[in-house]
Design a binder for this molecule. Structure first.
Ligand code: KIV
Length: 311
């Protein structure tokens, strides 16, 4: 069970409650639950913030910061599992990460990526997989990559009352078809295709669309032409919201970041420095200290040591 105690404003640090069962849980901020209709209604309104989260602490942190949408992205393949593409990431991994995020009970809308091949085989297979992500993973919406080609799958998922977020432009699951992770829609014809895709999936009922790796002008054009919120990642400033990968924006990556990433912290450096101090303290015997050790009374200690040599 997640304990909610906070009445603090979104940005304040919230102390952890006393654990009742030995497991520390953090209260989420008191704020309205973000839902699919509230995101849908943000078209042209206050900008939407979205970040990936792959586990319980990541979701707690994103929720405490007041992020509108948390996404279990299949980018977990890269940033958590060290894979080079998202193609190795399947349904079981998706559900395991989703369950961890769900336990944080975020006020943020909770969206989960449909992994590669989970929505390509047939509409029946697709709706079963989307259903598992909701039923077993606790997702409130699913996201899937692709445009008009995926319409039968999108329609089938929507028919099961599962909200769908689209994803167009640089779609990492198409890495081999694209010939690498390359900015998409740089020529007029290609841009027109992406725009047509955006219109089609918005008309089909997607409640929002992620636009990844497209020129800013195309991000702006699509944002003006579709009536659902667009959420950009490397798509310029005109989209209705922005999304970044948790590990990128916090500087938890391995040092190479895409051009569109703004790093708000360098947590990998902070973590390495802290661990270096720990290694040194263990080596020198400085850790653990008196305050970090458990003690018994002098009488019990004397009893324990009775009859043993002191050296
Ligand atoms: O998997 C992911 O992290 C994503 C975001 C980049 C939108 O799809």
């Amino acid at each position: 069970m997640v304990i909610r105690t906070g009445v603090e404003p979104v940005s304040s640090a919230v102390p952890a409650p006393e654990p009742e069962d030995g497991v520390t849980r953090y209260p989420s901020c008191m704020r309205e639950k973000v839902t699919v209709p509230t995101i849908r209604a943000r078209k042209g309104g206050p900008k939407i913030s979205m970040v990936t989260a792959y586990d319980y602490p990541g979701a707690v942190i994103a929720d405490r910061a007041g992020v509108d949408i948390v996404l279990v992205g299949d980018s977990a393949a890269n940033v958590v599992h060290g894979m080079t593409t998202t193609l190795e990431f399947g349904m079981e991994e998706t559900i395991m990460h989703s369950r961890a995020v769900k336990r944080a009970d975020p006020r943020s809308l909770f969206v989960v990526d449909m992994p590669w091949l989970s929505f390509h085989i047939s509409p029946e297979d697709t709706v079963r997989n989307a259903g598992r992500i909701v039923q077993e993973g606790g997702a409130e919406a699913v996201k899937l990559e692709g445009g008009r080609k995926r319409l039968p799958m999108i329609e089938r998922i929507l028919d099961a009352e599962i909200p769908v977020m689209g994803h167009l432009g640089l779609t990492p699951q198409s890495v081999h078809a694209m010939g690498g992770f390359k900015v998409q829609g740089k020529m007029v014809d290609a841009a027109q295709q992406i725009l047509e895709d955006a219109r089609a999936i918005a008309d089909a009922g997607c409640f929002s669309i992620v636009l990844e790796g497209v020129p800013d002008i195309l991000g702006e054009l699509i944002t003006k032409e579709v009536d659902v919120p667009t959420i950009g990642i490397g798509a310029g400033p005109a989209t209705d919201g922005q999304v970044l990968v948790f590990h990128d924006l916090l500087g938890l990556g391995s040092g190479k970041y895409p051009k569109f990433v703004r790093r708000y912290a360098e947590l990998a450096d902070v973590a390495v420095a802290a661990l270096e101090r720990y290694v040194a303290d263990v080596g020198s015997g400085d850790f653990p200290g008196e305050d970090e050790s458990y003690h018994v009374s002098e009488e019990i200690a004397a009893e324990m040591l009775k009859g043993r040599s002191s050296d």
